[in-house]
Design a protein around this ligand. Structure first.
Ligand SMILES: [Zn+2]
Length: 400
């Protein structure tokens, strides 16, 4: 035969041998895997011999199994036993008392008690909407600030918490009475639409979900600015988007807070998204000068190894214990004092048909004795902490 490469039949034969070898290898892998699943005592002498001859395969399979187990454990929700949780909360209370600058990072886990599904997660509201599935608007408008939201607002009022950075779009921090200056809603707020043609951007707080017609890279809400007539846009930052709006994202305040923080308390967040924002973790500082981390989450988080303390518990349970430990009462949420009603810009005549979402409303019942309702679209007159920080904001967004 001519000099050069192998003939066609030689190549075919070589290919057959290669395939046969691969098939044998796969069969061996299946056998070894089957034997490894048996308890050692139940393995026959023949099976024991096969394992001894397949050391590499055994090592590889055991490695795979360990990695699988590790991933499974990360998904599992773990609860500390009550005594352990109380001990950890006492330690957390000490950290809260001693912190010079405490920033709270919150995620979907603090809103689940408000029956709000994670906004961006696989079964989140927004994901469902994007897949064309409907979400009951009632689900969202019925949601109210949880015990955790109210506790955070109280801690801020007591100057024990300086700033709150949230991944949630549900607007519940604002509705708990926390002043807007103290919140960075990194992924937006479903009740806020803005005019970016106006300088500074003009903000419209609404009492309904403004995101009904919006989606990834499509943010126009279908309403127009009362001042300049430009189209309004929602404030939601979707996966794959970069949040550039000043408010309600408030990145400037978030990064300033992170740089000043000596203590960070993470509540109900997997931190998988937040960890991608290095500025929130002071990663440019040497580890010894970074803020102390306290994490409350049922599942594993990528920051667990950095945490001074990890508490496995539901946020509401932990916050109840924490507030008891600190001797602070948790104010109950009241729709009559919900700042959203005083911050909101009412729709103008002709705009009523621009949305079909159920609007938030104050209770149909009369306000309880001693509680006054905040007036609609005027500077809040509420006493106590609900009015704080709101007056300035209301002035800024006032429509002329
Ligand atoms: Zn405008």
């Amino acid at each position: 035969m001519a000099a050069g490469g192998p003939s066609r039949s030689e190549r075919k034969a070589a290919e057959r041998v290669r395939r046969l070898r691969e098939e044998q290898q796969r069969e061996r892998l299946r056998q070894v895997s089957r034997i490894l699943r048996k308890a050692a005592a139940e393995r026959s002498a023949e099976e024991g011999r096969l394992l001894a001859e397949s050391e590499d395969l055994v090592t590889e399979l055991q490695g795979r199994s360990r990695r699988r187990e590790g991933l499974k454990r990360r998904q599992e929700e773990v609860c500390d036993d009550p005594e352990e949780l109380r001990r950890k909360v006492r330690e957390l209370a000490g950290a809260v008392r001693n912190a010079k600058y405490l920033v709270v990072y919150t995620g979907a886990g603090i809103s689940t008690a408000a029956s709000i599904p994670d906004y961006r997660g696989p079964n989140g509201v927004w994901t469902l909407l994007q897949k064309g599935r409907s979400v009951s608007a009632a689900d969202l408008s019925e949601a109210e600030p949880t015990l955790t939201h109210m506790s955070i607002a109280r801690l801020h009022e007591q100057k024990l918490v300086q700033h709150v950075v949230s991944q949630n779009c549900d607007g519940l921090h604002l509705r708990s009475g926390l002043p807007q200056t103290a919140i960075s809603e990194l992924h937006g707020n479903m009740y806020i639409e803005v005019c970016t043609a106006c300088t500074p951007n003009r903000e419209y707080v609404r009492v309904f979900d403004v995101t009904e017609r919006t989606a990834l890279h499509r943010h126009q809400t279908g309403r127009a600015c009362h001042k300049c007539g430009a189209q309004l846009r929602d404030t939601i930052v979707h996966f794959g988007e970069r949040g550039t709006l000043g408010q309600p994202l408030n990145w400037e305040a978030a990064t300033e807070a992170a740089s000043k923080a000596d203590t960070i308390l993470c509540l109900g967040s997997s931190l998988k998204v937040l960890k991608k924002y290095p500025r929130l973790w002071c990663m440019t500082k040497p580890p010894s000068r970074r803020p102390k981390l306290y994490i409350v989450n049922l599942q594993w988080t990528p920051k667990d190894d950095w945490a001074a303390l990890k508490l496995h518990g539901k946020c509401d349970d932990v916050m109840q214990l924490l507030m008891d430990e600190l001797g602070l009462e948790i104010p109950p949420y009241s729709r009559w004092q919900d700042p959203i009603f005083s911050l909101a810009t009412p729709l103008r005549a002709g705009e009523e048909g621009t949305h079909s979402r159920k609007s938030l409303c104050r209770s149909r019942e009369e306000p309880p004795p001693g509680e006054r309702a905040a007036p609609l679209s005027s500077a809040p007159v509420l006493g106590g902490w609900f009015g704080r920080g709101c007056t300035k904001r209301t002035k800024r967004k006032k429509v002329t």
